[in-house]
Design a protein around this ligand. Structure first.
Ligand code: ADP
Length: 386
């Protein structure tokens, strides 16, 4: 069911389109000084008075906006499964020297975690998105829940754990203003991710795409294997309907979790992080996708993001590469990988090619690196020609 936040998001999109359309029309339909033209009641060579111009603008914008809303309301949500952390971010001029006293220049609390961040960016891009994971009912629960809701991410199926039995995952982070680097010191506190049984209570057909962050299944490969198998079976049984795509993210070093290798042969899209690739002995994104493709099934889209070097994807023997899109100044790379994943998922789920999705992922992630948090990517899908 559509939440208030999702509805709000759609309305925001609609208003955004009106504003953009207005600017576009002002640019294309009038020449020279807009205000002067308004006063004179002469709108370029098309409209003879202000009212005619305004009526045409409103009609056209309302039509476009409604069409957009119609399209959006028909699209099924993307489900992101994984960890939600409480991040404590400290911004320093530069990364501190060990055993020194360094004054911070700023700090903030934020909702973090890979799947949680990816869902945030997807919502900012205007996708319908749900996060499915566990949260602990401690004093921070309302903060996390409110943040999800205000961002427009549905959390109606999340599992709430008792604080007397579970500790919530936290992630202190240091951002260096000088280099824009982020150094994370997470404590996952033995976090319990969602189980296969809990996943089974969801109606798979409700979603267009299911994205899984492997970390939350550490030590529980059976759960993630059963989840993926259930989605594959759903697709086989419902072969007349639209396929529910499955993507998995493998980010932490391979040596930490070699048991996740089987996911290469199961998912439709596998998103590899640079740390995973380096730990596996690869030196760049192209080598990574070429080297690991042998583990994939035919047709799998294998993607690897590589920081300032952009990203690569391989589908069978077709290699696609995108450069990074650096902002004027890199201020915060925290969540760049999660942002890239969201950009890729968003564009591909909207029918764009692998090459376009790769490029869009890099554009959104590069844009994010130029600001703190994720809000700056809001509405970017409207500004970028996909
Ligand atoms: P992670 O957050 O997992 O370490 P990466 O550092 O690999 O992720 O970055 C993911 C994507 O973010 C890259 O593919 C790139 O598009 C973008 N990105 C990361 N760092 C930069 C940067 N310094 N300049 C521009 N884009 C960047």
């Amino acid at each position: 069911m559509e939440t208030d936040e999702q509805f709000k998001n759609k309305v925001e999109q609609y208003v955004g389109r009106i504003v953009e359309k207005s600017l576009e029309m002002v640019k294309t339909e009038t020449f020279g000084d807009f205000h002067g033209s308004l006063k004179a009641g002469k709108m370029g060579n098309k409209f003879t008075d202000v009212k005619q111009f305004a009526d045409s603008l409103v009609n056209s914008c309302v039509k476009d906006g409604l069409q957009e809303i119609h399209k959006l309301s028909k699209s099924k949500p993307i489900l992101c499964i994984g960890i939600c952390t409480l991040d404590f971010v400290i911004i320093c001029d530069e990364y501190p020297i060990e055993d020194s006293k360094t004054l911070a220049i700023g700090n903030y609390w934020a909702r973090g975690g890979n799947a949680s961040n990816t869902s945030t960016v997807l919502a900012h891009l205007g996708a319908q998105v749900e996060y499915f994971g566990t949260m602990v009912d401690n004093q921070w629960l309302t903060f996390l829940q409110t943040d999800f809701k205000e961002t427009g991410v549905c959390i109606e199926n999340c599992i709430i754990l008792n604080h007397e039995k579970h500790k919530a995952p936290i992630a202190p982070l240091i951002i260096s203003k000088k280099k824009g680097t982020r150094t994370a010191i997470p404590d996952f506190n033995g976090i319990v991710g969602v189980t296969y049984e809990q996943f089974s209570s969801l109606d798979i057909g409700k979603y267009s795409w299911i994205h899984l962050e492997s970390r939350s299944f550490e030590g529980r490969t059976d759960d993630i294997e059963n989840i993926v198998t259930r989605i594959v079976r759903y697709n086989t049984v419902n072969n007349a309907g639209r396929k529910v795509l499955v993507s998995v993210e493998l980010e932490q070093p391979n040596s930490t979790n070699p048991e996740f290798r089987f996911l290469f042969g199961k998912a439709d899209i596998v998103l590899i992080g640079k740390d995973y690739a380096i730990d596996d002995g690869y030196a760049n994104k192209e080598e990574t996708v070429r080297g690991l493709y042998k583990l994939c099934k035919a047709g799998t889209i294998l993607v690897c993001a590589w920081g300032e070097d952009g990203a690569a994807a391989l589908v069978d023997d077709k290699l696609e590469v995108s450069p990074a899109f650096p902002p004027e100044k890199v201020v915060d790379t925290l969540g760049a990988g999660d942002t890239f994943n969201a950009g890729f998922i968003y564009a591909f789920s909207r029918g764009k090619s692998v090459a376009k999705a790769l490029e869009f992922g890099c554009i959104v992630a590069g844009h994010k690196c130029g600001c703190h948090g994720f809000s700056c990517v809001k509405g970017l899908q409207r500004k970028v020609y996909l």
